[in-house]
Design a protein around this ligand. Structure first.
Ligand code: HEM
Ligand SMILES: CC(C)=CCC/C(C)=C/CC/C(C)=C/COP(=O)(O)OP(=O)(O)O
Length: 310
């Protein structure tokens, strides 16, 4: 029997999940103070566990969306739509990945991380995909919480449960950033793909309220994102290096969002979408560099001096 590895790999939405795991790993490293020993086992198994859970959620999304994926041009080549996998195989794959993830997180990382990760999996795979997506144009705003959770999952993998919030409030700040980033990320793509969504009767914002309204919503969330992205500096979590990065990246995002109000062409919305991905990747890289690399570099440049953040 030939196993269709490529089809199984596609079920895991590898590129989306790669960025999700990247944000989780950054959450982990922000939870560790420079100079502290690295909790290797929790870092590695935590990242693998979160990756497997997100991949499992993505596979369940394929299963529940089989009908609409077949109708939309963007998704009609997916494994279930073309018949390279059967629904039973997809379900079995998702259950196996989910079970391995939960076992790893619960036994080798900590129960709290397993619980939070399971809640994110259910949030995306069941609540968003199975219900919200078909129910309301605010689907991705509410459902975005599951996709925004990974930095908190990573943070919890290092720290475990910390009273009174469960996770460090700084971790919640990272969740807030991704939560506010999700609407401009997705609605830019949804503007370009609105006919697909209309055909599949999915009530995405541009389908229900039109493109102009969606463009203004994108601008609103982009301004909010710029404000929220400054909070790590304002609260003392990050330094001026991060602030500079956040302002430049946010300024460019704002430029894109303003230009989208009167775009030069149909494809411009996809440029905004592509930039949203670069933005998030770079913003989190700045958070990490500011927290980890700068103090390390300072220690090398001036041994014996403490790196002081004011
Ligand atoms: C409810 C929340 C979200 C929605 C509705 C959403 C929607 C989408 C859609 C429809 C695509 C196109 C996928 C494709 O064509 O296969 C996409 C791509 C992508 N998304 Fe999101 N997304 C969400 C959250 C996130 C999060 C939290 C991340 C990472 C932290 C993320 C990272 C990406 C990346 C990296 C891509 C590009 C994938 C590629 O190039 O194949 N998304 N997103
Ligand atoms: C456990 C954990 C961390 C879970 C993370 C959840 C996860 C994989 C979020 C990804 C978000 C995403 C790709 C949404 C698009 O779904 P869609 O159905 O709107 O897009 P599609 O039409 O491309 O399938």
């Amino acid at each position: 029997m030939k196993i269709p590895f490529a089809a199984y790999w596609e079920l895991t939405k590898p590129r989306v999940v790669a960025l999700i795991v990247f944000t989780a790993i950054i959450g982990m490293f922000l939870a560790i103070e420079p100079g502290e020993a690295w909790p290797w086992e929790r870092l590695v198994l935590g990242a693998i566990g979160i990756w497997l859970a997100a991949a499992s959620a993505a596979a369940i999304n394929h299963l529940l969306d089989q009908r609409i994926d077949t109708l939309m041009a963007r998704t009609q080549h997916r494994p279930l739509a073309v018949g390279s996998l059967r629904p039973g195989q997809v379900l079995a794959f998702a259950v196996v990945l989910g079970a391995i993830s939960m076992a790893l997180l619960a036994w080798r990382v900590n129960g709290f991380t397993a619980l939070l990760t399971f809640a994110s999996l259910i949030g995306y795979a069941v609540i968003y995909t199975g219900y919200l997506k078909r129910a309301t144009p605010q689907n991705i705003v509410i459902g975005g919480l599951a996709g925004a959770a990974p930095p908190a999952l990573g943070w919890a993998a290092v720290d475990g449960f910390v009273a009174p919030w469960g996770v460090d409030p700084y971790a919640l700040l990272l969740v807030l950033i991704i939560f506010v980033w999700t609407p401009p990320h997705f609605w830019a793509l949804a503007i370009f793909r609105r006919d697909d969504y209309a055909k599949a009767m999915i009530p995405m914002l541009p389908v229900v309220y039109g493109v102009t309204y969606t463009r203004w919503q994108i601008l609103f969330y982009t301004v909010l994102l710029l404000v929220v992205s400054v909070l790590p500096f304002v609260t003392g979590m990050s330094g001026v290096f991060y602030l500079g990065g956040a302002l430049v990246l946010g300024g460019v995002f704002l430029y894109y969002a303003i230009r989208l109000l009167n775009p030069p062409g149909e494809l411009y919305a996809m440029q905004v979408f592509n930039y949203s991905i670069i933005y998030l990747m770079a913003l989190f890289a700045f958070l990490l560099a500011d927290h980890w690399l700068l103090p390390q570099a300072a220690a090398v440049a001036a041994p014996g001096l403490e790196f002081v953040r004011d």
